[in-house]
Design a protein around this ligand. Structure first.
Ligand code: IMP
Length: 215
């Protein structure tokens, strides 16, 4: 993956606002009232990806990484919080030496969707100059979040930089993103489970669901 590609990023607040934009679209209510409506509503969860499908896909991704990084010692960088479960299960299947780091990002500027105005809340603890890097992400949606992160990492001059994403929602893309290792392409729906949250809920679910709001 080239470091010259334009990239950006966002967070949990964006994810929640994004959910509102999916499910309360069309109602004439204020942004504050929208939040109250969503929080008071009972989300209905519809199964999208079973734990067996997820595990089979993680097995495949691990095989691809084992093939491509044989004899190397990359750093895997997980994007908090959503990637924690994916990262934990993926790395157990890798048969080459790795190091693990995490970054955490925050968006600012508000709005219903990813603003692209991102800041790094928890940066890298380890130097990555000259190292092979694999970023582990839960979902690529507009692409603003991962683009920002990849730009941030590129400035630290790694030897190589690749992206491994569990899910991709290409229908909502705003900036181009190359996903080197992709688990699933998902429809234009808000998804939760397996690390992905709705207002910090549902991260612990072992399957992935899409959300419907019920009154
Ligand atoms: P972006 O739109 O690609 O910048 O994604 C921003 C962030 O929003 C992602 O890193 C996720 O944390 C969150 N996000 C986007 N879509 C979903 C979703 O369907 N479920 C849960 N979180 C999401």
């Amino acid at each position: 993956m080239s470091c010259s590609r334009a990239r950006r990023l966002s967070t949990r607040k964006v994810a929640f606002d994004l959910l509102l934009s999916y499910h309360i679209k069309g109602l004439e209510i204020s942004p504050r009232a929208k939040g109250e409506t969503a929080l008071n509503s009972q989300p209905k969860l519809n199964l999208l990806l079973s734990r067996q499908e997820i595990q089979a896909t993680i097995d495949r991704l691990a095989s691809e990484l084992n093939r491509d990084y044989h004899g190397q010692n990359p750093i895997l960088i997980g994007v908090l919080k959503g990637s924690f479960m994916f990262m934990a299960n993926l790395i157990q299947l890798l048969n080459f030496p790795i190091e693990v780091e995490f970054v955490r990002l925050s968006s600012y500027g508000g709005g219903k969707e990813s603003s692209g105005k991102i800041k790094v809340v928890q940066g890298l603890q380890a130097p990555i100059k000259g190292r092979d890097i694999v970023v582990i992400e839960d979902i690529v949606d507009t692409g603003l979040t991962i683009s920002f992160l990849l730009d941030y990492l590129c400035r630290k001059k790694p030897a190589s930089l690749r992206l491994c994403a569990l899910t991709d929602k290409p229908s909502r893309r705003q900036v181009p993103v190359t996903i080197d290792y992709l688990g699933f392409t998902v429809p234009d729906k808000f998804i939760v489970g397996y690390g992905l949250d709705w207002d910090e809920k549902f991260r612990n679910l072992p399957d992935i669901y899409y959300v419907e709001l019920e009154d």
